[in-house]
Design a protein around this ligand. Structure first.
Ligand code: ADP
Ligand code: ASP
Ligand code: MG
Length: 407
C-alpha cells in the first residue's frame, strides 16, 4: 500500500463543516487505497488569538510558556478531525508532537525538527487507522513542548513524509497551488504546474506564505514530492520538482512580498573592526535571524548600520541592540515596522543580465523609493515603505510576468 501524507491548513479546518469536508477528502483517499498520515493546523485565527492572549499579559512573554500555549491550537484540530473520521466509520487516532516524538532542538518558537520516531505511527497504520498528527509542534530532549514557527505545520508534514518515506506530501490549502504571485494581491497571478525546489525556497523565504521555507528545504534535501493543492476543489495543483531543462528560459517565475520584517538602525556607530560582531553576536545568540544588512560609508569615523529582523522578534532584538548601542557609544537606535520587502525570483536570472535595472526602473516609474537592496543568484529583493506593497507587487508582476503566457 502506498503512504500519503496530507496536510490541511487553518482555513481548511476553520469550522466544523470544513472539518467534515476534510474528513470526506481523507476518506476518499483511503478508499483509493492509500495509507494516510494527516497533519492539521490550528483552526484559522486561533494561533493569532493565542498570541494576543499572551500579549495581554506580557510584551515579551516567556518563550517556553508561549509554546505551551500556542501548541494548544493544533490539539483541538487533531481531536476534532479524528472524531469526524470515526463518526464516518473510519478508524483513526490523533497524536500530539510529543506522543510520536517529533524531536526538535530547544529554539522555542522556531524549533527545528531533528528526528521523528515512526514506531507508533506505523503501529497505528498497521491497525488500519488514519493517523492524525498535530502540526507545528514538537518536543525537545527535556520533554519541553516546542513550536516550529508560523506556518510550521507545512514543515511537520514534509518532515513526516521524509521520515516515513511517503509516496508524496499533499499540502491542502485555500488556493489551487503556487501562483506567480499572491493571487489575493494580483488578479493576474497564474498557477504554476511545476516549480523547482530552489525557486520555491526563495519564494518562501521572501514571503510567499503558501509554503513555509523549512518545509521546502526538507522536501529538497529528502527529495519529497510535494503537491500544493486546494481543499475545496479537486483540480491538480503545483508540484515541487528538481530543476528541469527549459526552466531557466523563464526569467522571473514569481514575485513575493513580506510585511513581516522590521528595520532597525543603529545611528552613528564608531567605525572600527569587531563592531559588527559585537552587534550581531548577541542577536544570533537569541536565535533572531537577521535578513538584510546595510552599512553606510562614513566620513567622520562613524557609520549608520541598518538591518532587518522578523517583526515578531523586533522587540527582543531592540532590547538587545539598545544595550549594545550604549556599550559602543552609538548615537541611538531607530525602528521601523511599516516597511515591506518585495522580491522577484527566477532560475533564469543566473543567465540573464539587466534584471535588477528593469526592476528598479519599474518601481521608479511609480515613484516607489527603494531603501535597501539584496540579491542572490536567483533573487532580487528590495525594501520599500509598506504602503506601496500591493502596487509594487502588481507593477513587478506586470513588468516580468504579464497577463498571459504559459501556465
Ligand atoms: P494554510 O492556512 O492553508 O497554511 P496559508 O494562509 O499559510 O494557508 O497560505 C496560503 C496563502 O498564501 C494563500 O491564501 C495566498 O494568499 C498566500 N500566497 C502568497 N503567495 C502565494 C503564491 N505565490 N501562490 C499561492 N498563494 C500565495
Ligand atoms: N497554526 C500555526 C500558525 O498559524 C501553524 C500553521 O498554521 O502552519 O502559524
Ligand atoms: Mg500556512
Amino acid at each position: 500500500m502506498s503512504l500519503l501524507v496530507q496536510k490541511y491548513g487553518g482555513t481548511s479546518v476553520a469550522s466544523i463543516d470544513r472539518i467534515k469536508q476534510v474528513a470526506a477528502k481523507v476518506l476518499a483517499a483511503r478508499r483509493a487505497g492509500h495509507d494516510l498520515v494527516v497533519v492539521v493546523s490550528a483552526m484559522a485565527g486561533e494561533t493569532n488569538r493565542l498570541i494576543a492572549l499572551a500579549q495581554q499579559i506580557s510584551d515579551l512573554p516567556d518563550d517556553r510558556e508561549k509554546d505551551v500555549l500556542l501548541a494548544s491550537g493544533e490539539q483541538v484540530s487533531v481531536a476534532l478531525l479524528t472524531l469526524a473520521l470515526k463518526e464516518a466509520g473510519q478508524p483513526a487516532r490523533s497524536f500530539l508532537g510529543h506522543q510520536v516524538r517529533i524531536a526538535t532542538d530547544k529554539a522555542y518558537g522556531k524549533a527545528r525538527i531533528l528526528s521523528i520516531d515512526s514506531t507508533k505511527i506505523l503501529q497505528s497504520l498497521k491497525a488500519g487507522e488514519v493517523v492524525v498528527i498535530a502540526g507545528f509542534q514538537g518536543v525537545d530532549e527535556d520533554d519541553n513542548i516546542t513550536t516550529l514557527g508560523r506556518g510550521g505545520s507545512d514543515t511537520s508534514a514534509v518532515a513526516l513524509a521524509a521520515f516515513l518515506s511517503a509516496q508524496a506530501c499533499e499540502i491542502y490549502t485555500d488556493v489551487e497551488g503556487v501562483y506567480t504571485t499572491d493571487p489575493g494581491i494580483c488578479p493576474h497571478a497564474r498557477k504554476l504546474a511545476r516549480i523547482s525546489y530552489d525557486e520555491m525556497i526563495e519564494l518562501a523565504s521572501t514571503g510567499a506564505k503558501v509554503l513555509e521555507i523549512r518545509s521546502v528545504e526538507f522536501a529538497k534535501n529528502f527529495s519529497v514530492p510535494v503537491h500544493v493543492r486546494s481543499t475545496f476543489t479537486d483540480v491538480e495543483g503545483t508540484w515541487l520538482i528538481n530543476e528541469e531543462e527549459g526552466m531557466s528560459d523563464v526569467l522571473v517565475s514569481g514575485v513575493a512580498c513580506d510585511r513581516n520584517e522590521a528595520k532597525i538602525t543603529l545611528l552613528k556607530v564608531p567605525d572600527r573592526p569587531g563592531l559588527a560582531a559585537q552587534i550581531f553576536g548577541p542577536i544570533a545568540e537569541a536565535h533572531i535571524v537577521v535578513d538584510m544588512i546595510i552599512q553606510n560609508v562614513s566620513e567622520d569615523g562613524t557609520t549608520d548600520l541598518t538591518f532587518t529582523v522578523p517583526k515578531a522578534d523586533h522587540k527582543k532584538a531592540l532590547a538587545i541592540v539598545e544595550k549594545t548601542a550604549r556599550a559602543v557609544n552609538a548615537k541611538g537606535v531607530k525602528v521601523d515596522t511599516e516597511m515591506a520587502k518585495i522580491s522577484i525570483v527566477g532560475v533564469g536570472m543566473r543567465t540573464h543580465a539587466g534584471v535588477a535595472a528593469k526592476m528598479f526602473e519599474a518601481l521608479a516609474r511609480e515613484g516607489i523609493n527603494i531603501e535597501m537592496i539584496s540579491t542572490s543568484e536567483i533573487k532580487i529583493s528590495v525594501v520599500i515603505q509598506a504602503k506601496y506593497t500591493e502596487l509594487a507587487v502588481r507593477v513587478l508582476h506586470e513588468a516580468f510576468i504579464g497577463n498571459q503566457g504559459m501556465v
